[in-house]
Design a protein around this ligand. Structure first.
Ligand code: FEO
Ligand code: CA
Ligand code: CA
Ligand code: CA
Length: 565
């Protein structure tokens, strides 16, 4: 046994790249589909229709589109997965429409129904894992579900609309990207590119200046505004202020009203990585996925005590933003009214503006954050940024090269890691390093080819999803260029790898179908099954030639049924 093998914590033989339209896992592992877009959660939905992509009634009763972040909960002995549906693929969802463009209010409603969150009971039988159809815990949350707004911005004039003069009751959760979970058993879904749902039907409408920083324009991506006035900013200019938050959902109560936690800030939220400070305060790390935006941390005012009331923990606390120095040190800078000359409500709604005022470090698109359960350290995937130093985000800051963002042209991405001072996630200072600089050492022999732990056998680009397992291995999912050509030659389709934080070693565990990204990861209660999300695959995945491609959650097991993390 070589010294390297003796110290390896990887319980699998790494696999080569793939360029085909299916999933590959190591020898000794198997995979199956658990849930696809359009699979029934309730028996009244019927089976999926590949001609139409399903009718509007079934779209509210089935597994939604573009699976993303997810978490598994045990509720009264049942296993329940809460899972995000980030956005839609209109050409697939409205296959009869020219270019997938909605042509009626019904078309828009169908798209709205296919997004948001699914809560579904799952079970393992003789034929593997399946959705428990008609479980009393099954629920769809979509773009029209009643929500409650809480925290510093709740009830502020910026959040009031004609339909909701209280500014506390909004409808829908949008562009649900990454996820998180609280120690008290709730699910956190994170609203990312919410700007794409809003537009103006009035060409003369002057867009508020502050829309720019959040990318809200006169033309939406999904044409909602033409058929649903709530998304028409010329009629409802405050509606976009009610999106871009982290939303808390109780998976044990299908009648519960999800809560938008404005204290966690409004930006293009990727995920929410929770941990506890040494004194029991709740710490939430969050990335804002846009080039030149920031990395955030929230620390609750109150302490988490198991079994005690947790209702205010995500409403009262301090939101901070990261400032990285070139010398491997960094600090969390609090976004307070004193530091920003903004009110607490304004900080919650225009968080990006507040962070710019305190000189936060512009980052290469912060995607998922993951906190190591066996060491006091956290990681953030900085997915890529091909325009660093060239041009700021609209209304944003200059983006100089430096610190954890060392490349001017960065098409591969990197993962930054920080070690809180005093081994305390609530400390206001930290040390940082780069866990990996992704790259292609076969194409670039200089530093641009990647860090020492990247080689021709494990290379990848655009790290995005990240989760730790209970043993302290970091699982890395990619959302990048899968052309397998030029600067990406030899990298194949998107993939999932495992990284050892101690040795820095990284190995490839899974390859995804061509066209897809890998996003979302959770485990069964006994850790013998790993659930992985395959988002926006191309046909023939998973149903074969001539069928619509369907975003899917797959279940992976070891043939010997041993735990997989
Ligand atoms: Fe939805 Fe930044 O990924
Ligand atoms: Ca992502
Ligand atoms: Ca991404
Ligand atoms: Ca995605």
């Amino acid at each position: 046994v070589s010294a390297e093998a003796a110290t390896s914590r990887f319980a699998f033989t790494p696999i080569p790249i793939a360029t085909d339209a299916t999933v590959h896992v190591p020898e000794g592992y198997t995979w199956q589909v658990l849930a696809r877009w359009g699979d029934p959660l309730f028996s009244d939905a019927g089976e999926f229709d590949h001609e139409t992509g399903g009718d509007v009634a079934s779209s509210a009763r089935t597994f939604g589109e573009n699976t993303d972040g997810m978490e598994l909960f045990v509720v009264g002995g049942r296993q329940v997965i809460a899972v995000n549906h980030e956005y839609v693929n209109p050409k697939l969802n409205l296959p009869k429409n020219d270019g997938g463009t909605p042509a009626s209010a019904e078309d828009v409603r169908k798209l709205q129904n296919l997004q948001g969150v699914t809560v579904m009971e799952v079970a393992e039988g003789e034929d593997g894992w399946h959705i428990v159809v008609d479980s009393p815990l099954n629920r769809r949350i979509d773009h029209n579900t009643q929500m409650r707004l809480s925290g510093p911005a709740a009830g502020h004039d910026l959040l009031k609309t004609e339909a909701d003069p209280t500014g506390t009751a909004s409808l829908g959760t949008f562009n649900n990207c990454g996820a998180g979970r609280t120690p008290w058993g709730t699910y956190l879904t994170c609203e990312e590119n919410f700007n794409g749902y809003f537009g103006s039907t009035d060409e003369a409408f002057a867009l508020p200046e502050h829309y720019k920083r959040y990318g809200i324009g006169a033309k939406s991506v999904y044409s909602y505004e033409k058929f649903d006035a709530r998304f028409d900013v010329s009629k409802n200019p405050n509606e976009p202020h009610r999106a871009g938050y982290i939303v808390e959902i109780d998976p044990s109560d299908p009648a519960s009203v999800p809560v938008k936690r404005t204290a966690l800030g409004r930006f293009k939220h990727e995920n929410a990585a929770l941990t506890l400070a040494r004194d029991g305060r709740v710490v939430v790390y969050m990335g804002d996925d846009e080039r030149g935006e920031f990395l955030y941390r929230f620390v609750s005012s109150g302490l988490y005590t198991p079994g005690a009331d947790t209702s205010g923990l995500l409403d009262e606390g301090t939101l901070s933003v990261a400032r990285f120095a070139d010398d491997g040190k960094g600090e969390w800078v609090a976004l307070t009214p004193e530091a920003t000359s903004m009110s607490a409500a304004e900080i919650a709604v225009f968080t990006r503006v507040a962070a710019s005022k305190v000189g936060a470090t512009t980052m290469d698109r912060p995607e998922w954050v993951a906190v190591n359960p066996v060491a006091v350290e956290a990681y953030c995937a900085l997915t890529n940024n091909t325009r660093r130093g060239v041009k700021p985000n609209a209304g944003g800051d200059e983006t100089p090269v430096g610190g954890p963002n060392p490349r001017a042209e960065n098409q591969y991405g990197q993962i930054v890691r920080w070690y809180p001072d005093d081994d305390d996630h609530a400390a206001d200072s930290f040390a940082w390093d780069l866990f990996v600089m992704a790259g292609n050492p076969a194409v670039h022999q200089d530093a641009y080819g990647g860090s020492d732990n990247v080689n021709e056998g494990n290379m990848f680009n655009s790290p995005d999803g990240m989760m730790f397992d209970t043993t302290g291995l970091l699982w890395i999912q990619t959302d990048g260029e899968d052309s397998n050509e030029g600067d990406f030659a030899g990298q194949g389709n998107n993939q999932m790898l495992a990284g050892d934080p101690v040795t820095g070693r990284i190995e490839r565990f899974l390859t995804a179908p061509v066209g897809s990204e890998v996003t979302g990861l959770t485990w069964s209660a006994d850790r013998r099954t790993m659930f992985v999300g395959i988002q926006h695959p191309k046909a023939p995945f998973p149903d074969g030639d001539g069928k619509l491609a369907r975003s899917s959650v797959i279940a992976i097991k070891r043939a010997d049924n041993a735990p997989v993390g």
